[in-house]
Design a protein around this ligand. Structure first.
Ligand SMILES: Nc1ncnc2c1ncn2[C@@H]1O[C@H](COP(=O)(O)OP(=O)(O)OP(=O)(O)O)[C@@H](O)[C@H]1O
Ligand SMILES: [Mg+2]
Length: 549
């Protein structure tokens, strides 16, 4: 058997071995051993490309060892092989100006052959070293190149396997969060209705009590507690992505800039805040109030993670997420995104904490310090805005949250946020539709006391009947979105068909159905958010009645 045949036979065995590998480490061991055996070399090296550096992943016959070191591509022979995508064959390393000879002087190496792993866009290199000066034969170089080709396939397999595992883990995590979200959202939704009633009646009672009445303070307590509870349900709704959003085209630089003062105050003097604004930053479609909340929650967490001070950096920039990224990240579509990165130099997180941070009510803070809703809210808001969150954290080294929002295509058509003035009264006629008797009763009571003529219905059928029977004008239809049988939207369509001049205002207390049917409520559709409060209701009703068509 000649050298070539012997070599090829050995190679077949190596290729089979490589096809069974599961890790990069295994590949390296097999390849380095094979490289020496195939050519009878005195040493072998395994180099991986790391950006513009050559990473000497493993390397066994040179002293001092270069294992684990990184060199610029331009400064080593493996870099040359990768940059030129072809083998470097060197009979006398001291006579070749591609070799950084000083680095080799302490080693035994006299001759070498370095072949790239993959000839299109090389990802690494395999090298053989000889202690006696000799010209590597054509056959040896060919065997090495075949070995390198098999290595490339093995590495790609390992990477594909890793991507699969990563996606699977993300999927499990996301299903868990999804389940918790459904539960939390369901509870919060019903809770919201109850809170609407508590808060509204507290306000009505308070309004009816004379100034200085001792009961007023008690009622205030009820009102305050109700408000606190409703903030909690808001957070839960945000987490379960059932919050009504008013998305607009926004510039994250503006949002961050607008928050700067507040954040500085919040962070205190010991935390240095740096804002790095991306140039020509793309716009995104999101609810600015919600994005502010995301920033606040992240800033508060960062502050808590830096009890003796540190640095908080907020950075925005345009990024292009490629297919490779999309493949390894759940729910990510390749394309132009805007990245918001929030980095602190705080205590960082252990793996087991990191795995749970987005769960509602997960907190490591002592009782009474944290509710564990901050990041759950961030998660929900970002998801609902079509983005995704990624976290990097090392215990002792700080944490980075990276949030990616898809860039919005439309030009920056920014609506000025219309500030509705003081709650005004009116004498128009309003038809109120809600299947929850208490919520409806509150809404009707508030409107009647504000001077309106109020008609009521508890479902679509009744609403249509009232609309048909009522001889005079009805100026406004105020309807819940989710109703049994006929949805708020359908009621609106049918009432408008009967009374083209009528205006419509929705009350939104989101549930699954609403999200499915309406997604994020179109910002042009007027709605009042639950829990409704007398002030918000009066203001909104007035605004809608006064709005020009
Ligand atoms: N920047 C950070 N550095 C270190 N740990 C963090 C950071 N952000 C969050 N964590 C960890 O994640 C946990 C959950 O955070 P989250 O904001 O959801 O809740 P919380 O801050 O504990 O309470 P809440 O925000 O509701 O007041 C925290 O208790 C903390 O352990
Ligand atoms: Mg928090």
């Amino acid at each position: 058997m000649d050298d070539h045949t012997r070599g090829m036979e050995k190679l077949v065995g190596v290729v089979q071995e490589l096809s069974r590998t599961r890790t990069l480490e295994e590949i390296q061991v097999i390849v380095r051993r094979a490289a020496r055996e195939l050519t009878g070399a005195d040493g072998a090296t395994f180099v991986l490309r790391d950006g513009d550096k050559c990473f000497y992943a493993d390397e066994d016959a040179i002293a001092p060892l270069w294992k684990g070191m990184r060199f610029p591509m331009s400064a080593c022979i493996s870099g040359w092989a990768m940059l030129n995508a072809r083998a470097a064959i060197v009979e006398d390393i001291y006579a070749d100006d591609r070799i950084p000879v000083d680095a080799y002087r302490p080693t035994f190496v006299k001759s070498l052959a370095m072949v790239p792993i993959r000839t299109i866009d090389p990802i690494g290199a395999i090298g053989n070293y000889w202690a006696t000066r000799r010209m590597p034969t054509e056959n040896e170089v060919r065997l090495l190149q075949v070995l390198a080709d098999s290595t490339s396939i093995a590495i790609e397999n390992v990477q594909a396997q890793r991507a699969r595992v990563a996606i699977e883990q993300q999927l499990q995590q996301s299903q868990k969060i999804e389940a918790i979200g459904r539960l939390a959202g369901g509870v919060a939704h019903d809770f919201n209705n109850i809170l609407s009633v508590i808060i509204s009646y507290a306000e009505l009672v308070r309004g009816a009590l004379p100034e200085g009445d001792p009961i007023r303070a008690d009622v205030d307590e009820i009102w305050t507690a109700g408000k606190r509870a409703s903030q909690l349900t808001q957070q839960l709704l945000a987490f379960s992505r059932k919050q009504s959003l008013a998305p607009r085209v926004i510039d994250l630089n503006e949002t961050c800039g607008g928050m700067e003062k507040m954040m500085r105050r919040l962070l205190g003097a010991d935390v240095e805040l740096t804002l790095l604004r991306g140039v020509d930053l793309g716009t995104i479609l999101a609810d600015p109030g919600q994005i502010e909340q995301v920033l606040m929650n992240l800033a508060v967490n960062a502050r808590d993670a830096m009890p003796s001070g540190g640095k908080l950096t907020i950075e925005t920039k345009n990024v292009e997420l490629d297919e490779a990224y999309a493949k390894t990240h759940l729910d990510v579509r390749a394309g132009p995104h805007v990245q918001l990165a929030v980095t602190d130099t705080g205590v960082g997180m252990e793996r087991d904490v990191l795995a749970r941070i987005f769960e509602p009510f997960f907190t490591t803070k002592e009782e009474g310090k944290g509710t564990g809703l901050g990041l759950a809210t961030v998660f929900g808001i970002v998801k609902q805005s079509g983005g995704h969150v990624w976290v990097y954290s090392e215990p002792g080294h700080g944490t980075t949250f990276k949030i990616y929002f898809p860039r919005s295509e439309s030009a920056a058509a920014r609506e000025a946020a219309r500030n509705t003035a003081e709650p005004a009264r009116g004498d128009e006629t309003v038809l109120v539709v809600d299947d929850d008797d208490q919520v409806r009763a509150v809404a009707c009571a508030v409107l009647r006391r504000s001077g309106y003529v109020v008609l009521e219905a508890s479902n679509g059928g009744e609403a249509l009947l009232v609309s048909e029977k009522h001889g005079a004008t009805i100026d406004l239809l105020l309807t819940d979105v989710i109703l049994p049988r006929m949805s708020g939207r359908e009621i609106a369509e049918r009432v408008v068909a009967m009374r083209p001049a009528i205006k419509v205002l929705f009350m939104s207390g989101y549930s699954d159905e609403a999200t499915r049917q309406h997604g994020v409520l179109d910002s042009r559709v007027p709605f009042v958010e639950k829990p409704i409060t007398p002030d918000s209701l009066r203001a909104k009703v007035r605004a809608v009645l006064d709005a020009k068509r």
